[in-house]
Every structure is written in structure tokens, then in C-alpha cells.
Design a protein around this ligand. Structure first.
Ligand SMILES: Cc1cc2nc3c(=O)[nH]c(=O)nc-3n(C[C@H](O)[C@H](O)[C@H](O)COP(=O)(O)OP(=O)(O)OC[C@H]3O[C@@H](n4cnc5c(N)ncnc54)[C@H](O)[C@@H]3O)c2cc1C
Length: 471
């Protein structure tokens, strides 16, 4: 037996999956960019079993790939092709341990599906504010490990901002318990921060204490056609001022992004009477019964129309219409897939420079690859642009994307860097952006990351080849 087989054979058989038919869904990422191999998937039922797995695999020098819902956009949760790495799925650690309504907090297992946390909070008349397109399948442990963003960052922050405490199995199997749901706790280094956004390279998260918010009493949602993308910063500014900063989402959608989807999903209706080049999906919410955000939204739209910043718009008059708006927004990635997929650039830009960046980057693409279909959308309220490029109908998608990534993507990333932006807003590094971190990351920061990795995971067996380049 090789070391992987020996290590796996010494674990409780109830947590071991060896059937390659079942294993296949764990070794290919959601976007099907990368397929690896593994001899076994381990599905622990308790924190103690996660500890046992870590110490056993370390003893036999077997690398571990922690996995949540496997929705990573940067192939961070899949094993390599050697077959020697073992996947540890957290899917059976899926209990809500406690909801403390008085403290506005909940403590949960890491394998809880994100949408189940929404339900658990709603049951107590509260809100768990992290919201992503993948929420029916991603897990909170994966969200924490990627420091996920999503559609409500403008109001509630990134995942890091809503984590109060963590429980983590370290690479040697020891348990770091820092699950306190306190808001204030300045008691030495805030070690848990290291594991947030670490993409499983420093340990396996098994539990988390999380912030909750009051459930909104009133939600207002508008789908707006805007005249000029360069006015996005002004629109955002007005929206925040008029609604007393109760904006929860401010999403940009380009005409192409919407129409790629509607062309393939013919049952979907266009939200406005006439098409426009640029749209904003805006939502504001309040838990107060005293604040009139409906009135504030009406006043905002009137002002924006008078100024010519908004040329058309619809305010959701029912939950069904609101769901329709969000369905369109959240299915844009699917629209891209149905049209041959896309080259994704998950970019972060200062909100004050958004409009200019979108214009310059669009020019750059169209002068270097004129046939490209630009699909630009994103959580622009927090500066996050998904600047994606879809192959033209007459191209072979895989060839187009490969060539684009080699020739034009580097120009886009150079523009991002010269604009003071980031090449990775919310999806992380995984294995696909290691070269970008090496090129654009601060050298001392990258060296410090390596020192942290070496200190916590000296053998380098915790999710190798992701985030920190192998030596
Ligand atoms: C349709 C769609 C929409 C999306 N929208 C967004 C979005 O708006 N914002 C956004 O930020 N992302 C988005 N994503 C990307 C993805 O859903 C997020 O990165 C999500 O947080 C990943 O969670 P997961 O449970 O699927 O993690 P996985 O994909 O399983 O893992 C991601 C990383 O975390 C590690 N990991 C997972 N669980 C643990 C654990 N318990 N302990 C230690 N490490 C662990 C893995 O090793 C890997 O490195 C989207 C993806 C899809 C498919």
C-alpha cells in the first residue's frame, strides 16, 4: 500500500468514500476548469474526526484538500492530478449550534450551507447578511476561507466583517478554539483573522461564531437604466445620501450581460420597456418602522431623472417582481456559460474611479480583440467589477479564451494595477491566480505569507499549491 492508502485504511470506514463514481463530483471544480484525482474523500461527522484525519494524514505525509460546497471560482477546493492528495469534505458538519438573538450572533458548524443559515436567522426574526449567487450550495466554512463578498458588502462588509470567532483544526490535528461571540475581545493577536481568506492552506475550519443583523421590515428594489457608465460614482453617492445609507446592494449590469442570458433563457422577461447600454440594480432596506425608505427612493429616482442620470426604471411592486430582478442578476454567470463561457476578471477598483476604468478597459479589449463580447457586471457599490469577456458566436470558445488569457488579460491586469485596483476582488487566488500574486503582490507581503504558512504548516501538506506558491 502507498502512504495514502495506508493512512486512509487506518481511519473509521464510515467516513471514507472510495467509490470513484461518487468521488467524481469532488475532484472537478464548479466551472469545470480543472479536474484532479483523489484516492479517497473523507467525510468527518465531528470535530474530533477532523482532528483524527489531520493527525493521521500528517503522520503518513498525505496532503489534505479541505472542501466546502466546491463552488470556488479559482479551483481552490480541488485536488491536483497526482492522486496523492485526499479531499476532506465538511458537508456532514452541518449543525447550527446556537442562535443568540439577544447578542445578535449565531455559532455554527463549518459545513452549514449558506442558505440554511439565512433560514435559521429568519426563524428568529433576524438576518444573516452574507448573500451570494452560490448560496444554495456553498458552505460557511468555504465562505470564511475565501472571505467571500457577494451582494450586500456595501452595507455589511465582507465575510471577515461578520466573523466573531472561529474553531480550527490545525495541520497537526490540534484544535484552536476561539469561538467567542464577543464584539470586543482585544486579548492578544487576533489569530483567527489568519484563517479568513486563507483558502484552506493553514487549517480546517470546523466552526464559527457570526454576527447577525435585524431582519429588514422594509425593502425597496429598483432596476434602473442609466445614461452613462462614467456617472456610476455620482449615482452611488446620491443613492446613499437619499436613503440615509440604507443601500444594501448597488449592482451594475451591462446590456450584453443581460441579453446573453435572456437570449438563451427565453422565458425571462426584459425588466424595462426599452433596452439600455447600462443598468443598476439597487436595493435599500431598513429594520426601522420609522424610516420611510420608500419615500426616499421615490425622491431619489425623481432627482436622478431630472438630472438625466437615469433614463428609465422600475421599482419592484411585489416580491415576485423583486425576485425577477434578482433572478436576472444572479443568473448572468449562467448566461455566460450558455454562450460559451467567459474569461473572468474579478477586479476591485476604487468606487471613485469605476466609470473611467470600465470605459478604458472596454476600449483596451475592443482594440485588441474586436470580436469579443464584453459582459461587465458586478457589485460596484463596493468597487467590485466582474469584467468578463465572452467568445463571439463564430469562435471556438476554448481557443478564444486561451488566446485572450495569454494576450489581452495581462493588459487588463496592468490597467487595473495602474489604476490602483486589485486583480482579485472576492474570488481569491486558488491555483489560477498564483502568477498574478507573484507579479502584482507586494514582495514583502508575499514573503510574509510564506513565513506564516511555514510556521503553521511546516510540511506544506494543507491544501498545497494554492495561495502560497510551492517552494
Ligand atoms: C454562481 C456563483 C456565484 C458566486 N458568487 C460569488 C459572490 O458573489 N461573491 C464571492 O465572493 N464568491 C462568489 N462565488 C464563488 C464561491 O461561491 C465562493 O468563493 C464561496 O465562498 C465558496 O464556498 P464553498 O463552500 O463552495 O467553498 P469551496 O469551493 O469548497 O472552497 C473554497 C476554498 O475554501 C477552502 N475551504 C472550504 N471549506 C473549508 C473549511 N471548512 N476549512 C478550511 N478551508 C475550507 C477550500 O480548500 C478552498 O480553498 C460564486 C460562485 C458561483 C458558482
Amino acid at each position: 500500500m502507498n502512504p495514502t492508502e495506508t493512512a486512509v485504511a487506518s481511519l473509521p470506514p464510515e467516513i471514507v468514500v472510495l467509490d470513484q463514481d461518487i468521488i467524481s463530483k469532488y475532484v472537478t471544480d464548479f466551472r469545470q476548469l480543472y479536474s484532479g484525482r483523489t484516492y479517497a474523500v473523507l467525510r468527518p461527522r465531528s470535530v474530533e474526526e477532523v482532528q483524527l484525519i489531520a493527525s493521521t494524514l500528517l503522520k503518513h505525509r498525505v496532503p489534505i484538500v479541505p472542501q466546502g460546497g466546491n463552488t470556488s471560482y479559482c479551483t481552490a477546493a480541488t485536488p491536483d492530478r497526482s492522486g496523492s492528495e485526499v479531499v476532506v469534505s465538511l458537508e456532514r458538519l452541518n449543525k447550527v449550534r446556537e442562535v443568540d438573538a439577544g447578542n445578535l450572533s449565531m455559532t455554527v458548524d463549518a459545513g452549514c450551507i449558506l442558505s440554511t443559515l439565512h433560514e435559521a436567522a429568519f426563524d428568529k426574526d433576524l438576518l444573516f447578511p452574507l448573500s451570494l449567487g452560490s448560496q444554495q450550495s456553498c458552505q460557511i466554512g468555504g465562505n470564511i476561507s475565501t472571505n467571500a463578498g457577494g451582494i450586500a458588502v456595501i452595507k455589511y462588509g465582507m465575510t471577515r466583517d461578520i466573523v466573531l470567532g472561529l474553531e480550527v483544526v490545525l495541520p497537526d490535528g490540534s484544535l484552536l478554539t476561539d469561538l467567542s461571540p464577543l464584539r470586543k475581545n482585544n486579548s492578544g493577536y487576533d489569530v483567527k483573522q489568519l484563517f479568513i481568506g486563507a483558502e484552506g492552506t493553514l487549517g480546517i475550519i470546523t466552526g464559527a461564531s457570526l454576527k447577525l443583523a435585524r431582519k429588514p421590515r422594509t425593502i425597496v428594489t429598483a432596476f434602473l437604466a442609466i445614461a452613462d457608465v462614467s456617472e456610476l460614482p455620482k449615482l452611488l453617492d446620491r443613492a446613499q445620501r437619499f436613503t440615509g445609507e440604507s443601500i444594501t446592494s448597488f449592482e451594475y449590469i451591462s446590456r450584453n450581460s443581460l441579453e446573453l442570458l435572456i437570449a438563451k433563457r427565453t422565458s425571462l422577461r426584459h425588466p424595462l420597456a426599452a433596452p439600455s447600454e447600462h443598468y443598476v440594480l439597487l436595493e435599500a432596506a431598513t429594520s426601522s418602522h420609522l424610516l420611510d425608505i420608500k419615500g426616499a427612493l421615490d425622491a431619489l429616482l425623481e432627482e436622478l431623472m431630472i438630472e438625466g442620470l437615469v433614463v428609465d426604471g422600475a421599482v419592484a411592486s411585489s416580491e415576485e417582481q423583486r425576485n425577477h430582478f434578482w433572478h436576472l442578476r444572479e443568473n448572468i454567470p449562467e448566461g455566460e456559460v450558455l454562450n460559451g463561457g467567459s474569461v473572468k476578471h474579478d477586479i476591485s477598483i476604487r468606487t471613485s474611479r469605476l466609470g473611467t476604468f470600465i470605459e478604458q478597459a472596454s476600449q483596451l479589449v475592443l482594440s485588441n480583440a474586436p470580436d469579443s463580447i464584453l459582459s461587465i457586471y458586478g457589485h460596484v457599490g463596493d468597487g467590485n467589477v466582474h469584467f468578463n469577456v465572452v467568445p463571439p458566436a463564430n469562435a471556438v470558445p476554448s481557443e478564444f479564451k486561451k488566446k485572450f488569457e495569454l494576450t489581452v488579460s495581462p493588459l487588463i491586469y496592468d490597467l487595473v494595477a495602474s489604476t490602483g485596483g486589485s486583480f482579485s476582488a472576492e474570488y481569491g487566488i486558488g491555483r489560477v491566480k498564483l502568477h498574478l500574486l507573484a507579479k502584482y503582490g507586494n514582495a514583502t507581503k508575499v514573503a510574509t505569507m510564506k513565513k506564516i504558512k511555514d510556521a503553521l504548516d511546516p510540511t506544506g501538506y494543507m491544501n498545497p499549491g494554492k495561495v502560497v506558491a510551492p517552494s
